[in-house]
Write a protein that binds this ligand. Sequence first.
Ligand code: GLY
Length: 355
Amino acid sequence: MRKVHVQAKSKEYDVLIGRDAYKVLGQEAKKVCPRALKALLVSETNVAPLYLDKVKVELEGAGIEVTTYVFEAGEQNKGINAIAAMWNKMAEAGFTRTDFVVGLGGGVTTDMAGFAASAFLRGISVIQLPTSLLAMVDASVGGKTGIDIPMGKNQVGAFWQPSVVIEDISFLNSLPEEVFTEGMGEVTKHAFIMDEELFAKLEKANGNIRDDEDLLEEIVYMNVSDKAKVVNEDENDNGLRQTLNFGHTVGHVIERDSGFTKPHGVCVAKGMGIVIDATVREGSLDASEAEKMKNLLKLYNLPVTDDATPESIVEGAMNDKKKRGDTLSVILVTKIGKAEIRKMNKEEFLKFLSL
Ligand code: GLY
């Protein structure tokens, strides 16, 4: 089993990565929550039929009484009603501050399980068991938790670090192809902003990483290590962590304008493609590097353009939660493996996209 140790300011924890990793859940739970008697196991309707029972058995084997909460799969259910239902379940079952929540699923599940844990009794532990590539390489690590409100995605939430993250590579076998591809949006992002070695590995693999479990495990490990480095330095998103938003400012607008029908990772890829092109036009990125980056996206079946206009992107971006005052932090990649944070106001961002 591979291990990445996250050393965020507010909390230290391990991310364990390997085949059949879920089997260590019971012993890990005893280690990180030694006084726990109860756990709320949160999952959704696509994942629960596959993994809920075996995860529950692991917890029960460690002497934990398990209450389950399974919500209808989908971003449209990432809201306060589900969180309130989780809180009620825990209150009815008599949870105390030493009990914990387990998030078993993709990013929607791990974000919600984390958020429910962050506020119940003013904060109880959460253990994350991500089942999607996106959740393994990004969402479940680093403590960003939250829900959507009608005005936008992840607009309400908390920084709440997990006590341990258990990433079972075998769980990826059941992922539909398009969901796996979506996760590759975040994987390529890490390669672009900070990891030339990962970039080279993905190029060499020529689009085929899914069927090679050893390679897949290594790639997940490299991504988690990248994410950990960023979170260790800037847990609260005031500096370096903002580079993880490469492609996101534009991508979020495309995602929201599609009524959340286009997957997040796909929109991020479109956003990266649009920003890469603008960075070349501005003269801050070589055209040959840009071509290599866009070719990598295409190699993993990700799009690099969208028909959104610069005006509609800028208008949408001005409502983004990442905006501070009237300024956006736009992330540029100026060389493969190197990102830069550029502050832009509305006019500057429009000019940048329209060059
Ligand atoms: N997903 C971006 C971050 O964790 O900051």
